[in-house]
Design a protein around this ligand. Structure first.
Ligand code: EPZ
Length: 416
């Protein structure tokens, strides 16, 4: 296992290139299963989660080459329908094969994802939707067994907005017989991108970008050829890095329209954010307190909650951050307090008292976005911070230390 060694207190200057979105490339890879043949996905980020999804598809019989940011996936010989526990337990997004496999083969065996560092991650909404489309579902030894001779269109109203469940049901519905309506569909950019990708494959979908999607089933689909949208969470993370460290950074290849809520909050915190072809973040390191309530898109994303708490830990005043999506996603707080932050969590709210300075220490990553928040705090903290178990960060950020080094940060990867 590796760790990061960070010497804090250095302002950041320079340009960072934002990569393709993890949460868009993963469903795109799964969608390639819907058609037999060779799909190509460009601007694909080199992430551990992408490798895991490719490992899963290879275990199903697909051939995959990943070269120069392009994934070439041949699904002609896919002949297995099981997403095994040892893969699903490492990455919940493996569940995205549920919809495509039952659509193409009429059967699938997917391990229940179990929990993650911050509590249970149910898939009841996924199963509710697939069942409405006609699948028979049983649970046996921790595996979901789903089967359907044919899938038929249905009215599916989600009681709760779910990115994954919307994605899975979309991929199952595109070749179901007849019309499907999905109400309260997720409208995150990654799901809108999936919808556009399915249309590129020949699907008939109306209401793209809205929470009410109408799908008319088609008999077959063509392989996918697409380019991954920019990663708004990577972009938001680097914006927070520029804010907490101070200095001036330029983000290229980001998509500002996916970051409105984040840009608004950054400005409320006294950070200069200029938006044009690129996003320019300028900060003197003085942070104003700005409360955040996470919400579904276009609200403030839960995936930037940990990073925001790190930023607010050195604000000139007190802040409340409430996560309405994941109520227990606060494992980063105890580690931030080891760096001198003054944060209290009650239920799904973090009460942050801004401190004048953070002091370097050894801290431990517990999950992907928590790791990012510890790196941000390390960039600010006096002296040296060591962030341990950074395999978590490699799941969702491509060479984050190299990108930060290019901005002048003193951060290096070292064996534990
Ligand atoms: C996606 O997870 C993202 N992952 C998450 O990003 C992100 O935090 C989340 O959406 C919310 O935006 C990927 O896209 C691979 P949900 P997902 O279904 O689909 C509950 C990261 O850091 N729920 O929208 O699992 C659920 O517990 C990751 O990149 C059910 O109750 O999220 C949560 O409270 C972390 N039943 C809420 O809905 C279900 O069947 C939203 O979850 C499904 C979800």
């Amino acid at each position: 296992m590796d760790k990061f060694i960070i010497n804090g207190g250095k302002p950041l200057e320079g340009t960072v290139y934002i990569g393709g979105a993890k949460n868009a490339v993963l469903p795109a890879i799964a969608a390639s299963l819907l058609a037999s043949g060779i799909s190509t996905i460009s601007n694909a980020p080199q992430l551990r989660d992408v490798s895991t999804m490719c490992h899963l598809l290879r275990s199903l019989g697909a051939q995959i080459v990943f070269k120069d940011g392009v994934l070439t996936i041949d699904t002609a010989n896919v002949n297995s329908f099981e997403a095994p526990y040892d893969i699903v337990k490492t990455m919940r997004a493996s569940v995205y094969v549920l919809g495509p496999l039952i659509a193409r083969f009429g059967k699938v065996l997917v391990s229940l994802p179990g929990g993650c560092a911050w509590g249970p991650r149910p898939i009841d909404l996924h199963l509710f939707g697939i069942k409405k489309l006609g699948a028979a579902i049983s649970l046996d030894k921790g595996y979901i067994n789903a089967a359907a001779d044919t899938l038929h269109g249905a009215e599916i109203a989600f009681a709760k907005s779910s990115v994954g469940a919307t994605g899975n049901v979309l991929m199952a519905a595109v070749t179901a017989k007849g019309k499907t309506v999905i109400r309260n569909a997720a409208v995150e950019p990654e799901i809108t991108s999936l919808t556009e990708n399915l249309v590129k494959m020949g699907a008939h979908i109306e209401g793209i970008g809205t929470s009410s999607l109408k799908i008319s089933g088609v008999t077959s689909l063509e392989p996918l050829h697409t380019t991954v949208i920019p990663d708004r969470i990577e972009a938001g993370t680097f914006m927070a890095a520029g804010a907490i460290a101070g200095g001036k950074i330029i983000l290229k290849n980001a998509e500002p329209s996916h970051l409105s809520a984040v840009i608004e909050k950054m400005r409320a915190a006294g950070i200069s954010v200029k938006v044009g072809e690129e996003i320019i973040v300028e900060s003197d390191g003085n942070i104003l307190p700005a409360d955040v309530l996470t919400d579904i898109y276009p609200g403030f994303p839960t995936d930037l909650q940990a990073q925001w708490i790190a930023l607010m830990s050195v604000a000139k005043g007190n802040t409340v951050v409430e996560d309405t999506i994941f109520f227990d996603r606060f494992t980063h707080v105890a580690e931030l307090n080891r760096l001198g932050a003054d944060i209290n969590v009650e239920a799904n709210k973090a009460y942050i008292k801004g401190v004048d300075e953070l002091k370097g220490a050894h801290v431990m990553s517990t999950d992907l976005r928590a790791s990012a928040s510890l790196i941000l705090a390390g960039l600010r903290a006096k002296n040296q911070t060591e962030v341990h178990r950074i395999y978590h960060i490699d799941r969702g950020y491509e060479s984050i230390e190299k990108k930060l080094q290019a901005l002048g940060a003193s951060i290096r990867r070292a064996p534990e």
